[in-house]
Design a protein around this ligand. Sequence first.
Ligand SMILES: N[C@@H](CCC(=O)N[C@@H](CS)C(=O)NCC(=O)O)C(=O)O
Length: 243
Amino acid sequence: MYVLYHGWRSSASRRVRLCLAEKGLAFESRIIDLTKMEHHSPAFLKLNPNGVIPLLILEDGRSLYESGTICEYLDETHRDPPLRPDDAFQRAEMRNWIRHVDGLIGNLIIFNWAHSMAKVATQWSDAELAEKLKNVPSKERREAWLRTARKPYTDEERQEARDKLRIGLLDRMEAMLAEGTWLLGARYSIADIAAVPFIKRIDEEISPDEMTAARHPRVHAWWQAIQARPAFAVANIGPFTGS
Ligand SMILES: N[C@@H](CCC(=O)N[C@@H](CS)C(=O)NCC(=O)O)C(=O)O
């Protein structure tokens, strides 16, 4: 059976759980506690040098990281139902879209890490923080942890992030959805899955006003359709805040 190292609220983990659920694949769940920096332990970094979740251990013991890559792998090895376009050009477009959405993650972090991550990180002493930061492999995430622990994002920065998500995600999706129910047209695909965790957060906290039928009618309808999919319930894409 697959083993998934993940977090229930982690956006990238949510993508992989959605993909597994669409395919009807079971997995053994190993929760990684980001507030305990479990993803920066030497053992985890050996499996994913980027020090982020999710990580999927295959049935033969090999492991894979990067949610988009994992979803593509699952789709190649379990064809039914197909979650990628049949056309090579469209598959290339799908990969560009995933890459684009991945590039927006910093704008989500500004909101997401202000909850349970900040609650814990603000309590660390300077010495503890310095020690933990040593193990964070990327400069960008070291900065995110530092900001979360010591210098909360300003209202201006939060507004800037909101704007980037509106322009980079909602407006673009609105245009893409003119071609069909799903982001790449008639077939639900990994392109849709890639956007789900972002839209969940935009809808529940970041910019719910942008998710109305009046502001982004096609995205609004898409989000209703996404939440009605049985896999959405199976994947456990629950509320971000609260216990
Ligand atoms: N591009 C990666 C992003 C993974 C990622 O950013 N994971 C987050 C949780 S959603 C994480 O592990 N954050 C902890 C950290 O950066 O310290 C993917 O899609 O798998």
